[in-house]
Design a protein around this ligand. Structure first.
Ligand code: FMN
Length: 186
């Protein structure tokens, strides 16, 4: 399996009040690839481990941590391994376009779509809505980090879960449930 080591995440120093005031959906981004530190910071914000017991920047239903972040880029789909701070490739195909139902141009232009993937085996003892709430908090953390770093981003729920799962080469019990598409603003 191909892996890429990620750089350390950046310190985000915009005041929380300002971040909340400024947060907006912005679908207008450049195709320029995100700097490695910037991608690493987005991933840390939505799924980074912040405690020795494995707890993260986000809460999780019954502490199951059943939602994992993946990255779609031109060079393939990648699983974020938070413990190792690296990306693990699941396919070398560019499947960003599969993550949009109406072929929105911004999804094809944006360099990165973060995919929140639910592990249905791991979450089976929780309510079915739990993983969606988990993913929502992860998406909001992406918005907050994106705002603090001056990025354009959009959370997205309209896509074909099964089609994307297959394109990302994921096993059947893993389900992509929410997306965050992001890049530098135009
Ligand atoms: C659960 C959820 C699903 C969404 N799905 C999509 C989507 O599929 N495509 C899209 O372009 N925007 C999507 N959005 C973004 C909303 O359109 C956006 O948040 C809304 O217009 C308000 O704008 P704001 O985020 O700037 O406050 C979604 C937002 C949420 C919370």
């Amino acid at each position: 399996m191909k892996t890429i080591d990620l750089k350390a995440h950046l310190q985000l120093d915009m005041a929380l009040g300002e971040v909340l005031q400024k947060r907006r959906t912005n679908r207008d981004c450049q195709s320029k690839q995100l700097d490695e530190e910037v991608l690493s910071t987005l991933l840390w914000a939505c799924a980074g481990i912040t405690d020795e017991d494995g707890r993260r920047t986000v809460p999780s239903t019954m502490d199951l941590r059943a939602v994992t972040s993946y990255v779609l880029r031109a060079d393939g789909a990648w699983r974020y391994n938070a413990a190792q701070n690296c990306l693990e490739q699941t396919t070398d195909k560019d499947v960003r376009e599969v993550s949009t139902v109406r072929q929105f141009d911004y999804v094809k232009t944006a360099p990165v779509t973060i995919v929140f993937v639910a592990d249905k085996e791991r979450s089976k003892t929780a309510r079915p809505t739990g993983v969606y709430v988990d993913a929502g908090t992860m998406g909001q953390n992406c918005y907050l980090a994106a705002t603090a770093m001056g990025l354009a981003g959009c959370i997205r729920a309209s896509f074909e879960h099964e089609e994307l799962r297959k394109a990302m080469n994921l096993t059947e019990y893993l389900e992509p449930i929410l997306l965050f598409t992001v890049g530098y603003p135009k």
